[in-house]
Design a protein around this ligand. Sequence first.
Ligand code: MLT
Length: 265
Amino acid sequence: MYKQVNNYSMAVDVRGEGVPVLFVHGFPLDRKLWKPQLNGLSDLFQVIVPDLRGHGASEAPPPPYSMEVFANDLNSLLVRLGIKEKVVLCGLSMGGYICFEFYRQYPQRIAGLVLTATRSAADSAETRKQRDHAAAIAASQGINAVVEGMLPKLFSELNYQQKPDLVQFVKEMMLNISLQGLLGSLAAMRDRPDSSPLLDKINFPVLVIHGEKDQIVPVQEAEKMARTIPGADLEVFTDSGHLPNLEQPVLYNHYMHKFLLELNS
Ligand code: MLT
């Protein structure tokens, strides 16, 4: 379905009943990232899976894009859906950066948090330069050039070689992003603040899930976050890269189920 959110049309899937769980995709992906979770978790929970502005089937309003803008969109979506109770947030990579901003702005709305393949730190000076380089490539050569460069890094090397259908599924998803969305997200990631000072203040349950073979966010980042967030659980998937929810969906849904049921008990 589509919802009018902050003056643009946002695509969103909502399925199931129970504790609302809001899934936030990474870059340059869209809500199809969460297909195994939409199918596997909506028997017990209300699964909410939006396309961020500029991504997937959502409209791409003009810049500026920022973590604040994305977080505000998500809060407006919850208002539009009439969800008043606290939600569980689950963000992957850039989705995790957005969850930290959501926490900054709307802490009273969060019942629990699942941080997947993400980090709390801001970009280094070198990474900021790479964002601008990627933006220049996209603007001059097109989205395809950025996608081709990034695709192999999203999986463990083994999964990239052995799961061609999954790789193709992700590639098609990446090519769905608008140029506006791609440039906007690169700028939003480049300019995001450091969220590390928030970690030891978090007072709701947190689950950190990370692929041991993540080539984009090293697993040490997850270990550091889990050590710092009071009571956080950490699950490291040995056979996953940057997309553990797609590379090992059964295991991922198992830990999600466990976390969500414990939260509810
Ligand atoms: C993502 O997967 O969302 C991005 O690659 C994260 C990043 O580039 O920092």
